[in-house]
Write a protein that binds this ligand. Structure first.
Ligand code: BGC
Length: 515
């Protein structure tokens, strides 16, 4: 899409062609393979650049030395990707054998995927990262579903306040949702007299001991509500329902990755992996029970879905190169040194990495020199949102006018030059690309571990995969670098509303598909 619009631009005028050609020639000189690849992504033929090209650099272009230095820091080569993917397999095996590993590899107790003939209406509650949703899903018995939902922002006060206030907020929203179904209004008494079954999608690491019981291992993604860590979150939710006089049975506790896998498999039976690439990141996949050596099975099921919690992959920092900016981001979180893979990949943190790079370049006088300084806004933690990166990467105008809007109007940088904007765009591209490539390496590891290189579908949900420009293409390219031709057998597919539908399905089937 991006390439198409760019090519359209080329056709539109010779002037654009020359300007862009010069930009690519001088900014993305092919001395460095990743830089060359970045340029190739824009479908502009690379010209042989002579070693004195830096001398020809115009005022409108960022310093090539700066670009190459950063590129070197954020580049993940094909060889590195293969090492990462091998390390992922080794860590998965370790996590299946012991609870003491960083990557928790949690048995979900979901042992079968739905057949499509299930019927009935179920509630689902979805606490992901930034939002909380209440859904009612009706399964029609023919593989189809109808649903209605309400969506609410979880404020920072709720995220960091008391656990009781957080869970009361959920229960209140459920009650409002039930009292008005869009067509009819019901009294509180009517709602209180009914019984409902509910699947709870809780997208945090829990030690899941049965299908509807799980102890919160740690908060992440900006949450720190008190009295929750170490507690059974189903009990916390059920108690809030009781306080609000609601008669709701929480029949399933589901991670969003498990929900995504189950609901995507509902329509695409070849789905064996569910991935989230959004505010946080994680994957669930189908594992042979005999390989889950730490799990004492009481049933006869041969397979079980495992929630990998890959956000904590390589917390020992043995394989993935980190930059000083990644360490700064990590130190600024409420859970330093844990979930460090997630901090390189997910939407909660990517903008923060870019913000630290920009602040550093301000300090060294390599950016925003014309305006004299950074802005107060740029110094605020998390002020540079990952959504801005999407916007910046999508801007192909000659003067990068939308990049200007982000930097000057939203980040309040007093004034920017074209070179500043080009540099900012290149940084977003480096950070965004690294995220996509690391995600692909993790997926390659899981697929290889499952022995599914001959073909399988990966259902992927989350704003990065859905909305971030080039994300899926960059993943695909990286998969090819790691897996060669086998990458063609791996289908990366957008999954939608796995968290809602998947939780409802698992709630519906709690007795038949779980152990
Ligand atoms: C959580 C996972 C979740 C992922 C995606 C991570 O921060 O630990 O449980 O699946 O985010 O939402």
């Amino acid at each position: 899409m991006d390439t198409g619009s760019f090519v359209g631009g080329l056709v539109a005028g010779l002037a654009i062609c020359i300007a862009v050609g010069l930009f690519v020639r001088f900014v993305f000189a092919p001395r460095n393979s990743a830089v060359a690849a970045a340029a190739a992504e824009h479908a502009v033929p690379l010209l042989e650049v002579k070693s004195d090209s830096a001398l020809l650099q115009s005022q409108d272009e960022p310093s090539q030395a700066t670009l190459l230095r950063l590129q070197h820091m954020f580049e993940v080569t094909g060889d590195k990707l293969s090492q990462i993917s091998k390390h992922m397999m080794a860590e998965m095996k370790k996590g299946l054998a012991s609870d003491e590993c960083a990557m928790k590899m949690i048995p979900t107790h979901v042992v079968r995927r739905p057949k499509g003939d299930e019927v009935g209406s179920y509630l689902a509650l979805d606490l992901g990262g930034s939002n909380f949703r209440v859904c009612e899903i009706t399964l029609d018995g023919r593989g189809g579903t109808r649903s209605r939902q309400s969506k609410h922002v979880v404020t920072d006060d709720l995220k960091t306040g008391t656990g009781a206030a957080l869970f009361d907020f959920f229960a209140d929203q459920v009650k409002h949702f039930l009292m008005n179904d869009g067509q009819n209004e019901y009294s509180a008494e009517e709602i209180e007299s009914r019984n409902y079954k509910l699947g709870f999608t809780f997208s945090f690491a829990v030690n899941q001991v049965s299908i509807n019981k799980g102890y919160l291992l740690l908060w992440n993604k900006g949450f720190s509500a008190d009295n929750c860590v170490g507690e059974d979150v189903v009990r916390l939710l059920s108690e809030a329902f009781r306080r609000k006089k609601l008669n709701i049975d929480v029949t399933a506790l589901v991670n969003d990755t498990t929900g995504t896998l189950v609901s995507h498999a509902y329509g695409a039976p070849d789905t064996y992996i569910g991935v989230i690439l959004g505010t946080g990141t994680n994957a669930a996949y189908v594992e042979k029970v005999e390989n889950i050596t730490k799990f004492k099975s009481s049933g006869t099921a041969k397979d079980m879905i495992i929630n990998t919690e890959w956000g904590a992959f390589d917390d020992e920092m043995v394989v993935i190169p980190r930059t000083k900016y990644d360490h700064k981001v990590d130190r600024g979180t409420s859970h330093p040194k844990t979930y460090t893979f997630e901090k390189l990949i997910s939407g909660m943190y990517l903008g923060e990495v870019v913000r630290y790079v920009l602040l550093d370049l301000v300090k060294t006088g390599e950016i925003f020199v014309a305006g004299g300084s950074a802005s107060k806004t740029l110094k605020i933690q998390y002020a540079f949102e990952t959504a801005y990166m999407s916007r910046i990467e999508r801007d192909h105008s000659l003067d990068l006018s939308d990049v200007r809007t982000v930097l000057e109007d939203l980040m309040h940088i007093p004034s920017t030059t074209l070179a500043d904007r080009r540099l900012t765009r290149a940084i977003c591209e480096m950070v965004g690309k690294r995220s996509a490539r690391l995600s692909a390496a993790a997926i390659a590891g899981v697929v290889t571990k499952m022995n599914k290189l001959d073909g399988c579908t990966v259902g992927i949900d989350g704003s990065l995969f859905e909305l971030y420009p080039h994300f899926s293409n960059r993943m695909r390219d990286a998969l090819h670098e790691i897996l060669g031709f086998s990458a063609d057998n791996i289908v990366l597919e957008q999954a939608r509303d796995g968290s809602g539908q998947g939780a409802a399905l698992i709630a519906a089937l709690a007795t038949s598909i779980t152990e």
